[in-house]
Design a protein. Structure first.
Length: 209
């Protein structure tokens, strides 16, 4: 069964307030999304396994902890998911980055796939899918399905804000995928946007309309 974790750290909630503000410009918006993604990465990776390794300090040999087992991959859902990648790479610089391109049909509100490029060994990696918004859940569901078709076995979804409808849709479709969210918002409106939300994350990241 999926685990849904709301990461309510004071620094995350503080920065999220500026991200939501319609007066925040694209540069500050990008910087803030990157910072929140980096902070969220602490919680998303909290249960990653460790192993003992022997190293030599300038003083003596000692045993320390390092990440064990699978390597990691960060897979943003284009476009908006790109804004979260650099913050995560600051903490996990050895992670490989894949890309899944989807856009939402404005009439049907369904996701349409247009691009997919993943590390060849995706099945051997801990995969973290990033997307600032979890609205209807359609894009996340399809992206996770695509990853599974390509061999991914261990997948987590990381979003800044989510509507309850999107959370339910993803956890119903993929009960083996844990979901990490900074804020669970009130609802979706008739246009499929999250309320109160933050508008269109892709447009605000890249200054487009």
């Amino acid at each position: 069964m999926s685990k849904v974790t709301q990461i309510g750290h004071p620094l995350i909630l503080h920065k999220l307030s500026f991200i939501r503000d319609k007066h925040t410009g694209s540069k500050d918006f990008r910087d803030l999304v990157e910072e929140v993604a980096m902070l969220m990465a602490y919680e998303v990776t909290r249960d990653f396994p460790l192993e003992d390794v022997e190293i030599e300090t300038p003083i003596c040999k000692t045993t320390c902890k390092m990440l064990a087992g699978k390597k990691m991959a960060i897979v943003p859902i284009l476009r908006a998911g790109l804004g979260m990648v650099d913050g995560m790479l600051r903490l996990i610089p050895a992670a490989k980055v894949g890309h899944i391109g989807m856009y939402r049909d404005e009439v049907t509100l369904k996701p349409v796939e247009y691009f997919c490029k993943l590390p060849a060994d995706i099945g051997e990696r801990e995969v973290i899918v990033t997307d600032p918004m979890l609205a209807t859940g359609g894009s996340a569901i399809d992206a996770i399905s695509l990853l599974k078709q390509r061999g991914a076995k261990s997948i987590r979804l990381m979003c800044l804000i989510a509507a309850p409808e999107g959370i339910k849709a993803v956890t119903d479709a993929h009960p083996d995928v844990d979901v990490y969210i900074a804020s669970i918002d009130e609802k979706l409106n008739e246009q499929g946007y999250i309320v109160p939300g933050l508008g269109d994350a892709g447009d605000r990241l890249f200054g487009t309309k």
